[in-house]
Design a protein around this ligand. Structure first.
Ligand SMILES: Cc1cc2nc3c(=O)[nH]c(=O)nc-3n(C[C@H](O)[C@H](O)[C@H](O)COP(=O)(O)OP(=O)(O)OC[C@H]3O[C@@H](n4cnc5c(N)ncnc54)[C@H](O)[C@@H]3O)c2cc1C
Length: 390
């Protein structure tokens, strides 16, 4: 084990959240000496980040594809298409993001990226933290913990968003092609014994797309099952694959119980484990960027780091209720999403999905949905509460 080294800030985890913070602190004298502890030894293109945004944002140069329209449909029904003026659905390849962040860090004397290092435990000493890794003991005044949540905590999520996707190129003889003008956000919506299932397609060109099968399910669905469902989707749509560039998969928590944002004074949680994924959608990229910006500004002034902020009470309530309805009445799920796509105007939908919804937007979303399933879930909760207390 190496001798103890002292830093001002240790960032545990160099994924989306860790790198987003580190790249903003690169060259920032006020933040002092920073180390990022990351187990992987190199970065590969392991995920696709998408979000709605205008063209005015700091990471616009990383956006390699954008679509102004998106579609959704129930199984065997016609697609509903939506758009929102001035806003597009934007795609950032994780490898482009990692390279951008690594370049910023590489050029900065104040940041050290320690690859191949796993944080094993964190101890609070009198005026500093001590972090033990597989190779060293590190000390720091502050710690930002972006490590993924432990599996026991993940299993407490209300639902799991499970998906397998492949970036495929079609064979020249493929009977069908992709339609590159619009994203398939939630098509083929249907329900079975594992919960809700839908297709997600990012068409990069007529012959190239990310095609994904997604499920919202109370228990994680195995990768092999989803892979078989993806094969069936490709076949059903007549997309004959010539080449598969890469595959991505995940089990994302939806409605993860809120963690203690600052379990020890000076140690904060961020990223997925800090509650960065939006409960009702699993989207986290923009929420992480907003947190990283605010946190870096605090650190630049010599102040303590900031945890991933909690959602407003209104959003927590709405997302929690929506997920409970999906969990308790899964047969309703395809209809609920179809109604939302049908009745919520594009700009309101985008604000709702991007955490920008005001009261009027929330009312618009609520009024688009049938009230009966929500009332049933609410009254069931009220009935169950005394039993649970007992
Ligand atoms: C395949 C996929 C697609 C997604 N698509 C979207 C999308 O389109 N839009 C969107 O908004 N969100 C999306 N998300 C959700 C979310 O944006 C990502 O999961 C995002 O990467 C979360 O960032 P994070 O830093 O919390 O986790 P990660 O990026 O996973 O980073 C966590 C880091 O911690 C490291 N680590 C693990 N154990 C230790 C340890 N003991 N010590 C130190 N480090 C450790 C890991 O190696 C990893 O690098 C997607 C997620 C996945 C998996």
């Amino acid at each position: 084990m190496r001798a103890t080294t002292r830093f001002d800030l240790l960032i545990l985890g160099g994924g989306c959240a860790g790198l987003s913070l580190a790249m903003r602190l690169a060259g920032c004298a006020g933040a002092g000496r920073v180390a990022v502890i990351e187990p992987r030894s190199s970065y590969v293109d392991d995920r696709s980040w998408c979000f709605w945004a205008s063209d005015q944002h700091p990471l616009i140069d990383l956006v390699s594809r954008r679509w102004s329209r998106w579609r959704g449909s129930r199984w065997n029904r016609e697609a509903i298409e939506r758009s929102a003026g001035g806003v597009s659905y934007q795609y950032v390849s994780s490898l482009d993001f990692y390279r951008h962040a690594l370049e910023a860090i590489r050029g900065a004397a104040n940041i050290e990226l320690q690859l191949g290092q796993k944080a094993l435990d964190v101890t609070r000493r009198q005026d500093h933290f001590e972090v033990r890794t597989n190779e060293a003991r590190l000390q720091a005044r502050w710690v930002v913990d972006t490590r993924p949540p432990a599996s026991a905590r993940l299993s407490e999520s209300l639902l799991h968003q499970c998906f397998v996707g492949r970036v495929v190129s079609l064979a020249p003889e493929s009977p069908a092609r992709f339609e590159p003008d619009a994203v398939e956000l939630m098509t083929d919506l249907r329900n079975d014994e594992h919960g809700l299932q839908f297709s997600y397609v990012l068409p990069f060109a007529r012959d190239r797309a990310l095609v994904e099968v997604t499920r919202f399910s109370p228990a994680p669905v195995g990768r092999s099952q989803l892979a078989a469902e993806l094969d069936a989707l490709l076949q059903r749509r007549g997309w004959q694959v010539g080449e598969t560039a890469r595959e991505e998969s995940a089990v994302l928590p939806m409605g993860l119980p809120q963690p203690d944002p600052e379990p020890m004074p000076g140690l904060v949680r961020a990223g997925t484990g800090g509650g960065a994924l939006r409960a009702a959608s699993g989207y986290g990229f923009q929420r992480i960027q907003r947190w990283a910006e605010a946190c870096s500004q605090r650190l630049a002034k010599g102040e303590a780091p900031l945890a991933q902020p909690r959602d407003s009470r209104r959003q927590q309530f709405m997302d929690g209720l929506f997920l409970r309805v999906l969990r308790e009445q899964p047969d309703q799920a395809p209809k609920l999403f179809e109604r939302m796509l049908e009745r919520v105007p594009g700009p309101v939908f985008v604000r709702f999905m991007s955490d920008q919804a005001g009261w009027m937007d929330s009312l618009r979303v609520v009024s688009s949905l049938p009230w009966r399933p929500f009332v049933q879930t609410l009254s069931r909760r009220r009935r169950d509460r005394p039993a649970r207390l007992a």
